[in-house]
Design a protein around this ligand. Structure first.
Ligand code: ADP
Ligand code: G6P
Length: 513
């Protein structure tokens, strides 16, 4: 913390042409790192023995977590920050700050250090960033990878910007590496070509890629004109990690269909002169810390919960970004169907939906807010009375600690995405429960988490009546059955927790897994 308040200054590193915003007392270390010439092809030392786990970890993701305040952070940020805290290292991501133009050969980086973790925020040109983030990443890849071909918007300028931004990330990273030994871990669909860009710059480090979202079946994937390039990009990594076995199988089938490369029974294939390992690494949460947070719920959350207990009112909860992949309108309709099909639940249950704003500049997200507000309004208009509001809808992010308390105070957790890589809320809901009186998770079969969490009530989110009946079943489930299901689920989320996720991925990346 001692350095956290240090003034940042703008400074140009003469050795590389990098414009770096850095603290004065870091100038030596930074200018040493900035010499990207040492990473070009030829004259490179062979990578050291892979078994050395003390190698520096370098993480790259589009969104850079705030390591000074992880209280708002989701799974990726917490998982990555913990991995970095364990072994020290660097985290490179896009800065929230943009400029009108930035020379492509002069990356603009804001460096910060907290203890053993260093963050590098890459300042990118505004327009190009938008075409990359709102465009290719979230209007092309996100819908495509979530099986929503109907929403895919494919434009040449999106792809150009996507590739340019990835090339900028590669240039920036090349100047920040300390040598061939750094383990490079790249995250998510924004940065698929980053490994290939790094290889083009002569970087020979071990590079791993983890996809946080689903990988679609080959027929869907092939619908994007760029699918061959994307497969080529993915084959430049040493390790390609996925959330579920389904995603791994889809990826391998696409590779086979695209360039006839086959994976052996260990998930390894030969490509570009190296062995590429493709494997499933289900992401998890820090179960004990989330459970502690849930137990220490804020006073107003506890009061709200006590009020409901007195009234004999149960709470159903949903917590999501307001994303079309989360199945929110269908979920609200399912709640309305619950009231129609199970009238005994009128005035007996209330549904709290917390949906934080997300990607509002992307056109496919434009209608979902009004659609949801209209559905909530219609259900409340039909059923509400002075003593009971059936749906409470909150359109903002809620602090993590409050969220944990709200999940604990809810008798049913409703997680019904139409398609989801993993869905960490499902795991957070389980971790938040009181083991002596746990709530019940109703989970979509199309969430990656369903592969692990078989003891939840698994539903088809497209079948509204089925979801309604599962909610009804959850609301009246006897205590012994709830305890048995919850006990089994807790075991599973502990076995595949955040620490195991990063241990397994990093072992594979270091060549040990
Ligand atoms: P996704 O990554 O697609 O948003 P996940 O369920 O895997 O879905 O992860 C979402 C993370 O963000 C979880 O840790 C969850 O607690 C958090 N989160 C989601 N919605 C909110 C919200 N409205 N307020 C605060 N945190 C949220
Ligand atoms: C999903 C993606 C992440 C992304 C997060 C929030 O979890 O897999 O890469 O960071 O959603 O989305 P945003 O667009 O706000 O970064």
């Amino acid at each position: 913390m001692e350095q956290s308040d240090a003034q940042t200054v703008a400074r140009r590193s003469s050795s590389s042409g990098f414009a770096l915003f850095q603290r004065p007392n870091e100038s030596l270390a930074t200018s040493q790192r900035s010499g990207d010439a040492t990473h070009r092809q030829g004259g490179l030392a062979e990578p050291r023995q892979i078994a050395n786990v003390a190698r520096r970890l370098v993480v790259i993701s589009n969104r850079l977590g705030n390591i000074r305040d992880l209280s708002q952070a989701g799974g990726l940020a917490v998982g990555v920050a913990d991995a970095l805290a364990e072994r020290g290292g660097l985290w490179l991501g896009a800065s929230d700050e943009h400029q009108d133009s930035v020379a492509s050969d002069q990356p603009l980086i804001r460096l910060e250090r907290l203890g053993r973790i260093e963050t590098a925020a890459l300042i990118l040109p505004r327009e190009e960033y938008s075409l990359y983030y709102n465009g290719y990443a979230n209007s092309t890849l996100w819908p495509l990878f979530h099986y929503r071909l109907d929403l895919v918007n494919h434009r040449a300028e999106f792809l150009d910007a996507y590739r340019q931004i990835n090339a900028r990330f590669a240039k920036a990273l090349a100047g920040l590496l300390s040598g061939n030994d750094d383990l490079i871990w790249i995250h998510d669909y924004h940065l698929i070509p980053l490994g290939a860009e790094l290889r083009r710059l002569g970087i020979r480090n071990r590079i791993g890629f983890f996809l946080h979202i689903p990988f679609p079946p080959p027929d869907l994937f092939a619908a994007t004109p760029d699918h061959e390039e994307l497969i080529g990009d993915l084959l430049q990594y040493d390790v390609v990690g996925f959330q579920t076995e389904t995603d791994v199988a889809n990826f391998r089938r696409s590779v086979q269909a695209t360039n006839s490369t086959t994976f052996d029974t260990n998930g390894a294939a030969e490509a570009n002169g190296r062995t590429v390992l493709s494997k499933c690494f289900p992401i998890g949460i820090d179960v004990d810390s989330f459970s502690r947070m849930a137990n220490d719920a804020a006073e107003d959350v506890q009061i709200d919960s006590m009020r409901r207990q007195i009234l004999g009112l149960k709470q159903i909860i949903g917590v999501d970004r307001l994303d079309y992949s989360k199945g929110l309108p269908g979920r609200m309709q399912a709640f309305a169907r619950l009231l129609e099909r199970h009238p005994e639940q009128e005035r007996a249950a209330t549904y709290l939906q917390i949906a934080s704003p997300t990607r509002e500049e992307v056109s496919a997200y434009a209608d979902i807010r009004s659609q949801l507000e209209a559905t909530a309004g219609a259900v409340n208009g039909k059923y509400a009375d002075l003593a009971w509001t059936p749906i409470r809808y909150i359109h903002r992010a809620v602090a993590r600690s409050r969220l944990a308390g709200l999940l604990r105070a809810s008798q049913v957790g409703l997680v019904t995405p139409l398609r989801d890589g993993m869905n960490l809320v499902a795991k957070e809901y389980i971790a938040a429960q009181d083991p002596a009186d746990p709530g019940v998770l109703v989970l979509s079969r199309f969430a990656g988490a369903a592969e692990e969490l078989a003891e939840s009530l698994i539903v088809n989110p497209y079948a509204v009546d089925e979801v309604a009946d599962a909610i009804a079943k959850a609301l009246v489930m006897p205590l012994d059955e709830r305890i048995a299901r919850h006990g089994a689920l807790v075991k599973r989320i502990k076995r595949n927790d955040a620490a195991e996720w990063r241990r397994a991925f990093l072992a594979a990346l270091a060549g040990e897994g």
